[in-house]
Structure formats: structure tokens, C-alpha cells
Design a protein around this ligand. Structure first.
Ligand code: FAD
Length: 472
């Protein structure tokens, strides 16, 4: 039997669909199978990110932030009004429209690039074969020279707080609330917990986030994380650290939750509880064991530096191989693998991954924190740019937060940039570019930044590394 495809991608999320498009652009006969079904049973490419992650959460963050501003910021601009109302159904419909337009766009991109999009489930059969079960129709066996596993991840469930889809929900459920809960509990103060907490707290939910770890956002520079925590507290987010949840029970009307802090038992009652304790690799139904696909002890598909699994002709990319579980990391891996199959040299720079928490203020970072740099033996020099001294931030009524630059004292190279402040997700791109080009503080110091812009504050933070800041 001859191969039907050169490349067959199983999973059409941010790892799989760009991989398929780039592979087709490079001349490979490519198909992409994706099993996603939305709650209305409609199939959609785009995976978690477009259907139940990055995009819907950002749509709601934007809407809820606008609402928050009408309530808390307009007065400072001399604007007043009392007739603002929230229409959650409309907010949710807008979110849905955005997701649909993007997932529909993938189908168009597939058509334009001659990728065969297959809606249904893929199961590895070994020897270059995949069983494809379409959402509608009969099973078929497909064959390909190269098979790419891009099956992504799922939310981690807790036995002590079982998801019921009504009052105890995971992140997907939390994006679909039809009304604002009065009392909202969240287990987990990671990126997803804090973002979802912000959405519903801004809309009026009394929100409590319970986090078992003693340190808030341990992956972020401690000074920046502390400032973020202070800002969240000011907005009314009640984040309780060292809080170990013992059990949560849906009584039908509410959720009764017990937790422990420093050995002391406490309880809370919530209308809704979101479980946001992380994500785990999804290899369900893939037949990994049957074909001998090697997984690590946490269930991630094992790959080498070139995304090769232990099986000949089988590769894996994205959340399912672990590392930073982020859409852009998945995209880069997909594109890098396609280039690699075409014999091109590529490399994903895992030392310059942008990470963002899309709250207001936003938290964004790349590279090492001060603590990580010191632990790795660097002699560091530190700069910081407070937004309080930035003209654009003041004009925006958003002069909160700080940019912190961590540099190598010996070579002047920037090792990391961690920030909290207005739109730092956008400022982060310059810091990532700096790391990618191995920029020194001097390189950035000599780069002119527009005035008045938020990006000037990055310049100021870099200047302050050597005591040259003008405004702070
Ligand atoms: P996925 O997006 O999970 O896609 C995998 C696809 O494979 C799915 O469509 C699945 O149905 C399909 N699949 C699985 N098994 C099979 C099979 N056997 N056959 C066929 N298809 C199969 N990341 C960011 O970078 N920025 C953000 O702002 C951000 N926000 C997030 C917010 C939330 C609430 C959540 C939950 C996640 C967020 N993420 C964000 C993470 C991001 O969504 C993931 O890192 C990204 O989606 C991973 O892409 P992937 O392609 O590896 O996996």
C-alpha cells in the first residue's frame, strides 16, 4: 500500500494546524485530523487555544476590563454616567463569534494551502498507519511517511473537588457562565486561575482564590510577583496562599468547601467553584501503549531535540510533550518541525519564551528572574522602571507597576525581563527580541524609543541597570 500522505498530523490546535499548513507550503501532501467538538456539538479546528483557552478568555478579559473601567476609572477623566449595564449573554455571544471566526479561518487556510482537514478522531495503529474515525461516517485507515502527534492537553481534575459542569467547573466551564456568580471560589492561583478570577471579579463576583503553594507566581521574579499580588488585592481579588483544599461538595444550591491553612481547618461556601490546578497531556484513545509510544512518568510523549518519538516516523509537538504549555511555544514547535522535515535548519529558543498573565495590570516575563539568575551562578545587575514615572501610563490612568531587568554583570547581557503594568504583554516583544539577539544593556540603551510610549519604560529600566535612568 502506498502512503496516502507525506505528513499526517493528529491534533489541530496551535501545534498541529500551523505544522500542517507549513508542511503543505513546503510541498508535503498533508492532512490534519482534529477531534474537537464544541458544546453545541460542532467540530472546530484550533484546539484548546481558540475554542476554550487563549482566545475566549481574552475576549472576556477585555469585556470585563471595559466594564471595570466604566465603574472605577471614568470619573478620573471627568466622565460620568449611571446607565451602564452588563449583558452577559451578549458578552458571551461576542466571545463565541470571535472564536468561531478564527476557527473558521483555519478551514480557509487549510483550503488555501491544500491541507486536508479531517474532523474526527485519530488513533495510532503503528507502521505509519492511523485509524481515522470521522464525527460522521465510517472509519478509515490512513497512512503517512510522517505522523505528528499534537494532541494537546486537558485540565487536571481533583478527586476532592469533582467537576460536575454545573457548580464545580474547569476552565472551559468557567468561560461559559451565563450569569455572574455572587460568591466565586477558585482552586489554583496560577495563570489561568488568576485570569478567570479577574474576569468574574471585575464583573462583580466576590472572588476567593485558594492556592496550596506558599509563594505567589513562583515562576515570576519575586519583586514583580509581589507587586502583582498587591495590585490584585487592591482590586478585591482575595488570594489565600498556603491554602490546601480538603474537599468540595456541590449541595445543588452551592458548593461547600473545606480547606486548611497552617494546620487550621476552615470552610467557605461558593455559588461556583473553578478548579484551575494545571493541565495534563492528552493521549486518551491514541493507543500509545498499543503501539509502544514512549511516555514519561507524567504522561507526556517523550521526544528528542528534534521532536522525534521512540517510534520511527512519529513525532510529537505542543502541550503533549510538556515544557511551557503555551500556544506560541506549540506554534513554534510545529513550524520548526515542518521546516526540519524539509531539510531546513531550525531551532526553537526555549530561553526566550514570552509568558503573560492578561490581567490589568498585566504580568509578562521572559528569561530569568533575579532569583533564577543567581541560582544559576550569574553575578547580576538589576534595573527597574516604575510606571509611576511614565508619561503615557499616567495619561492612560494606568501608572502602576514596574519593569525589572536582570542582566549579567560580567557581560552586560540581558538575562531576563519581568514586568507588571499596563499592556506589558506588548512591551514583552522587545525584551524577547533582545534575548533572541543576545542584546546587552548598552544595545537597548542606544536604541531610541518613541515618546510618550509605554516602551520608554523598558528603556528607562535598562538605563537604570547602570544608574543612568533619567526619570526614576
Ligand atoms: P491543544 O490546543 O489542546 O489542541 C489539541 C487538539 O488535538 C484538540 O483540538 C484536541 O481535540 C485534538 N485531539 C486530541 N486527541 C486527538 C485525537 N486522538 N485525534 C484527533 N484529535 C485529537 N496559551 C497562551 O499561549 N496564551 C494564552 O493566553 C493562553 N490562555 C489560556 C487560557 C485557558 C483558559 C487555557 C485552558 C489555556 C490557555 N493557554 C494559553 C494554553 C494554550 O491553550 C495551549 O498551550 C495550546 O492550546 C496548546 O496547543 P496544542 O496544539 O499543543 O494543544
Amino acid at each position: 500500500m502506498t502512503d496516502q500522505y507525506d505528513v499526517l498530523v493528529v491534533g489541530g490546535g496551535p501545534a498541529g494546524y500551523p505544522m500542517a499548513i507549513r508542511a503543505a507550503q513546503l510541498g508535503f501532501k498533508t492532512a490534519c485530523i482534529d477531534a474537537w467538538l464544541n458544546k453545541d456539538n460542532t467540530p472546530a479546528f484550533g484546539g484548546t487555544c481558540l475554542n476554550a483557552g487563549c482566545i475566549p478568555s481574552k475576549a472576556l478579559l477585555e469585556s470585563s476590563e471595559l466594564w471595570h473601567r466604566t465603574q472605577h476609572e471614568l470619573g478620573a477623566h471627568g466622565i460620568s454616567g449611571s446607565d451602564f449595564k452588563i449583558d452577559i449573554a451578549k458578552m458571551q455571544a461576542r466571545k463565541q463569534t470571535i472564536s468561531k471566526s478564527l476557527t473558521g479561518g483555519i478551514k480557509q487556510l487549510f483550503a488555501a494551502n491544500k491541507v486536508t482537514g479531517l474532523e474526527g478522531f485519530g488513533k495510532l495503529l503503528g507502521d505509519g498507519k492511523v485509524e481515522f474515525t470521522p464525527h460522521k461516517g465510517d472509519k478509515q485507515v490512513l497512512s503517512a511517511k510522517t505522523i505528528v502527534v499534537a494532541t494537546g492537553s486537558d485540565p487536571v481534575n481533583l478527586k476532592i473537588a469533582p467537576i460536575d459542569g454545573e457548580n464545580i467547573v474547569d476552565s472551559w466551564g468557567a468561560l461559559d457562565f451565563t450569569e455572574v456568580p455572587q460568591r466565586l471560589g477558585i482552586i489554583g492561583a496560577g495563570v489561568i486561575g488568576v485570569e478567570l478570577g479577574s474576569v468574574w471579579s471585575r464583573l462583580g463576583a466576590k472572588t476567593v482564590i485558594l492556592e496550596a503553594l506558599p509563594t505567589f507566581l513562583p515562576m515570576v521574579d519575586a519583586q514583580v510577583a509581589k507587586e502583582a499580588q498587591r495590585q490584585y488585592a487592591k482590586q478585591g481579588l482575595d488570594i489565600r496562599m498556603g491554602a490546601k483544599v480538603l474537599n468540595a461538595r456541590n449541595t445543588g444550591k452551592a458548593v461547600e468547601l473545606e480547606y486548611e491553612v497552617n494546620g487550621e481547618k476552615k470552610s467557605e461556601t461558593f455559588d461556583k467553584l473553578i478548579v484551575a490546578v494545571g493541565r495534563r497531556p492528552n493521549t486518551r484513545g491514541l493507543n500509545a501503549e498499543g503501539v509502544g509510544l514512549a511516555l514519561d512518568e507524567r504522561g507526556f510523549v517523550k521526544v528528542d531535540a528534534h521532536y522525534k518519538t521512540n517510534l520511527p516516523g512519529v513525532y510529537a509537538i505542543g502541550d503533549v510533550i510538556g515544557g511551557a504549555m503555551l500556544a506560541h511555544k506549540a506554534i513554534e514547535e510545529g513550524v520548526a518541525l515542518a521546516e526540519q522535515l524539509a531539510g531546513h535548519h531550525t531551532q526553537v529558543n526555549y530561553k526566550a519564551i514570552p509568558s503573560v498573565i492578561y490581567t490589568a495590570p498585566e504580568v509578562a516575563w521572559t528569561g530569568l528572574s533575579e532569583e533564577q539568575a543567581k541560582a544559576q551562578g550569574y553575578e547580576v545587575k538589576i534595573g527597574s522602571g516604575p510606571f509611576a514615572a511614565n508619561g503615557r501610563a499616567k495619561a492612560m490612568e494606568a501608572a502602576n507597576g514596574v519593569i525589572k531587568v536582570i542582566a549579567d554583570a560580567k557581560t552586560d547581557r540581558i538575562l531576563g525581563v519581568h514586568m507588571v503594568g499596563p499592556y506589558v504583554s506588548e512591551l514583552l516583544a522587545e525584551a524577547v527580541l533582545g534575548l533572541e539577539f543576545a542584546a546587552t544593556c548598552e544595545d537597548i540603551a542606544l536604541t531610541m524609543h518613541g515618546h510618550p510610549t509605554l516602551s520608554e519604560n523598558f528603556h528607562e529600566a535598562v538605563l537604570s541597570v547602570d544608574g543612568r535612568a533619567i526619570h526614576a
